[in-house]
Design a protein around this ligand. Structure first.
Ligand code: AMP
Ligand code: MG
Length: 491
């Protein structure tokens, strides 16, 4: 067995970026799950990870050689209000690993105890949110959507006090980095432009190496981040994912989805869907997500202003011009992914209208988002009868005209029905992390210490596009009494 080897680039940045943290003890660390497949991808020995030493690392108790644990500082707009200092209040960055394919990843523990940024919080996490993040982040990954991942989960053996005493747990999170829009805002707001400039250089080097050291690298970074974020949110929209806390500290420069707090996948489509118990005004409702993404990017742009040279008029103009490209970037990403979902391979100018009309009916019928697209995939094969989900979902007569228009449109593409259906089955999932199943798996783990449903669900979600008989339970929308309408982030 070989322990992890680390190469920690973030600690080589100025010490304004972080504070070192020391490991803290937990009573009785116990393994819930290790992600062996991910460990392999990271060149981490899964046997070692599941050993006492590995568990001790995941519990934040004992660090292997080469780890250099820190808590990073950042700020952020939370629900539109600027908070000048947030930072890793319940997380520690253990270190970075480099895979054999030269990709660098952060290994971070979430729920590992207090740090200098805990702001009065306990730095701990209850079991529920750890399991939720494990399930949903891995589900996103297997859907092909950029995301942080879950390498392992452990129980601490300690209780955390929330709405009662709850079992404590720690998630080992893997990310391309943990640099947020809020990290930039922090340095900009404190007037530490030297650190801000170092940060931007670091981001370019780590995430956008194709950008060279030109005068314009700050603007180019902004454009590149915009493109990744626009594509990310377009993908969320097209699987019915509601993030729930799109604060600027939860938006990564890498373009990965992060922070699976009060997130959920929509069952019956509602463009106003909100799940977060704290989002009373619906700021982060499904339909607002692209606009909020744009707003957050404007916060990033504003933070970059001080390092764009002395001609502030020109710098502002450049930032505004760059930001104004967002709607188009978003729309292009959205159209590209939507076209595949509807089985189309060419572009026609009325395609957008076709998509909009479909979502209009879906919204007014409150039909299941996932099953509707899967049923469309069924009928794309020519037969209007049986298919993967014919027992679970049928289109009502309200779709009749739309379906015939869609079929005419499909026929103008030079694709065989077989190929079209294969395309549609490969991009329209049948198994998603349905909220009622997530909650069910969490409840039985928290209340009974039974992890079977959690483990089974994580395994099913590894192949979201592959229909398997006997798994209808996971494909079935919630009944009215199973429907979960509120999700608590439980921090
Ligand atoms: P989040 O809602 O996860 O994006 O967290 C927002 C901020 O609150 C971050 O700075 C977190 O580190 C901090 N935070 C959340 N929960 C806790 C906790 N239990 N203890 C300390 N800090 C926390
Ligand atoms: Mg966060």
């Amino acid at each position: 067995m070989r322990p992890i080897s680390f190469d920690n680039s973030y600690v080589r940045l100025p010490n304004t970026f972080y504070r070192r943290v020391s490991p803290s003890d937990v009573s009785k660390p116990e393994l819930i799950r290790v992600n062996r497949q991910l460990a392999d991808e990271l060149d981490i020995d899964a046997e070692w990870l599941a050993s006492d030493e590995g568990i001790s690392m995941m519990a934040g108790c004992e660090m292997p050689n080469g780890a250099d644990p820190i808590a990073a500082v950042y700020a952020g707009h939370q629900f539109g209000h600027y908070v000048p200092r947030l930072g890793d209040g319940r997380a520690m960055l253990v270190g970075e690993v480099i895979t054999s394919r030269h990709s660098r990843f952060d290994i971070q523990l979430k729920g590992s105890g207090p740090t200098p940024y805990s702001r009065g919080g306990d730095g701990r996490s209850p079991l529920g949110p750890v399991l939720r993040e494990y399930i949903v982040s891995e589900a996103m990954y297997h859907l092909g959507i950029p995301t942080t991942r879950s390498l392992g989960a452990i129980l601490t053996g300690d209780k955390v006090i929330r709405e009662g005493k709850l079992p404590g747990a720690i998630l080992t999170r893997v990310a391309r980095s943990h640099i947020r829009i809020g990290t930039h805002q922090y340095f900009a707001a404190y007037g530490d432009f030297e650190s801000l400039n170092s940060l931007v250089k670091y981001v370019v080097d780590r995430h956008y190496p194709e950008i060279n050291e030109s005068q314009e690298y700050v603007l180019e970074m902004l454009s590149s981040v915009m493109a990744r974020q626009a594509d990310l949110v377009a993908r969320w929209q097209l699987v019915g994912f509601v993030h729930g806390v799109m604060n600027t500290d939860n938006m990564m420069l890498s373009g990965e989805t992060v922070d699976y707090g009060p997130c959920a996948f929509i069952d019956g489509f509602d463009e106003h869907a909100v799940y977060s118990s704290i989002d009373r005004g619906g700021r982060y409702a499904y339909r607002n997500q692209p606009g909020i993404c744009h707003w957050n990017l404007a916060c990033l742009a504003q933070a970059l202003l001080p390092i764009l040279g002395d001609d502030k008029g020109k710098a502002l103009g450049d930032l505004e011009n760059t930001l104004s490209l967002f709607p188009d970037l978003y729309s292009r990403s959205y159209q590209k992914h939507a076209r595949k979902k509807f089985g189309l391979v060419t572009e026609e100018k009325d395609d957008d209208d076709l998509f909009v009309k479909f979502f209009g009916i879906l919204n007014s019928e409150k039909d299941d988002f996932t099953l509707a697209f899967r049923r469309l995939s069924d009928i794309s094969g020519g037969s209007d009868g049986v298919g993967n989900v014919s027992d679970l979902f049928q289109f009502s007569s309200r779709y009749r005209d739309w379906i015939s228009r869609w079929k005419d449109r499909c026929n103008r593409d030079d694709t065989s029905e077989k190929d079209r259906q294969a395309l549609m089955y490969s991009v329209n999932p049948i198994y998603i992390a349905r909220n009622h199943i997530v909650e069910g798996a969490i409840n039985i783990a928290v209340e009974e210490g039974e992890y079977g449903p959690f483990n089974d669900f994580v395994d099913v979600l590894k192949f979201p596009y592959l229909y398997r008989s006997g798994l209808d339970y996971y494909a079935t929308p919630p009944s009215d009494d199973q429907l979960v309408t509120r999700t608590f982030c439980g921090t």
